[in-house]
Design a protein around this ligand. Structure first.
Ligand code: ADP
Length: 373
């Protein structure tokens, strides 16, 4: 048996989440087992009173902890054979996980404009690892990559075509690593090849998106140019009439920046209910008779149902509907409400409804290992 260690890093603006995997490969059986040796979170990076000044220091702390902390898991950093990084936006350039070279770094930089909140933070983690462990191979795994298989008619908006040509203004889609992971897992559980299945995967967390996975490929997805499009989410509005933005700017006399904040942070479940962005709080309030909390739940469920219906039409059928992330995995009654009525026209014996825990870190570790081995 051989063992390889892969470190997975998800570097956010003020935090770094990490997991150290050991991949145990049995040569004879040609099978691999992914075992988590260590996991953790470095928080409050760059914030006042925090002991962690920047991402480089954060990465240094986590690397030190792996060799000499109370929970040390490796004797030496050279034992890490590769690092897999989550990168939110890969633009049109990255269709699959990619080994990080200087050229790749400059292309990730070009995508900053498309994901100003996320890509620079992901990038800080990459730069810190390159500086601290220059000999270790690094791989970027993009949230957008899985959706690069969308057909042109699904990703082009009904805007003047020149904006697509000039700025790449088009649907990209997000949560790709999660949709891809649960689609694979669903195929495994159904004991059928992914290449023969039509699946609809619903990632329902704070951010929510839904994807049509036809024969293993994403053919449509609800998030768009940014993660704002599609389903009603914790604090994001999802689909609205774009003209309402112009109307609001005029009526409320607010700037575009303020409207951006309204759409991203003050809308969705939180904005409709006036209670919270957290599904558990909204359900509690609805049970106590809060009408707007009940309305938020109804809208949330209805929007998912509409997307599922449209993706069944887009794929010409469905074999499985998969729910994942905080709400998708834990809220049985939301799942039941979403699928209620679907079996009036679908065969209950042929379409499986599944709740599958997502594991983006494991997917990143697997894709990193496949690339370097
Ligand atoms: P994020 O997108 O931030 O990773 P999560 O996947 O953790 O979010 O999902 C958060 C949502 O899941 C919240 O609305 C929360 O109320 C809901 N949720 C419902 N049940 C649970 C549970 N048992 N544990 C965690 N979150 C839950």
């Amino acid at each position: 048996m051989t063992a390889h260690k892969i470190l997975v890093i998800n570097s956010g603006s003020s935090s770094i989440k990490y997991r150290l995997f050991e991949i145990r490969t049995n040569g004879r059986k040609n099978s691999s087992r992914y075992v988590i040796l260590s996991k953790g979170l470095i928080e409050r990076i760059g914030q006042e009173g925090s002991g962690v000044k920047n991402h480089k220091q954060g990465i240094q702390i986590l690397l030190d902890g792996l060799v000499s902390g109370p929970d040390a898991k490796i004797g030496d950093h050279n034992e890490i054979c590769a690092i897999g990084h989550r990168v939110v936006h890969g633009g049109v350039e990255f269709k699959k996980p990619t080994i990080i070279t200087d050229d790749v770094i400059s292309k990730i930089r070009e995508c900053f404009e498309l994901a100003p909140l996320h890509n620079p933070a992901n990038f800080s983690g990459i730069e810190a690892c390159k500086e601290l462990l220059p000999h270790v191979k690094q791989v970027a795994v993009f949230d957008t990559a899985f959706h690069q298989s969308l057909p042109e008619y699904a990703y082009i908006y009904g805007l003047p075509y020149e904006y697509y040509e000039k700025y790449n203004l088009r649907k990209f889609g997000f949560h790709g690593t999660s949709h891809q992971y649960v689609a694979h897992e669903a195929a495994r559980q159904l004991k059928k090849p992914l290449s023969k299945l039509k699946l609809i995967t619903c990632h329902l967390g704070n951010g929510c998106s839904i994807t049509a996975v036809r024969f293993g490929k994403s053919v449509d997805t609800s998030m768009g140019f940014t993660p704002l499009e599609g389903l009603v989410m914790g604090t994001r509005c999802g689909d609205i009439d774009p003209a309402s933005v112009i109307f609001l700017a005029d009526k409320e006399k607010i700037s575009l920046e303020e409207i951006d904040r309204v759409l991203n942070y003050k809308s969705g479940l939180k904005g409709i209910s006036g209670v919270s962005n957290d599904m558990r709080e909204i359900k509690k309030a609805a049970k106590q008779g809060n009408k707007r909390a009940k309305l938020a739940l109804d809208i949330f469920v209805y929007r998912i149902k509409k997307y599922i219906g449209s993706y069944i039409a887009a794929m010409g059928g469905v074999d499985g509907i998969v729910f994942t992330a905080g709400i998708g995995e834990n809220e049985l009654d939301i799942r039941a409400r979403v699928v209620k009525g679907l079996f009036d026209f679908l065969d209950e014996k042929k379409v499986k409804v599944m709740a599958i825990a997502t594991n983006e870190e494991l997917m990143i570790a697997k894709q990193t290992f496949q690339l370097i081995k």
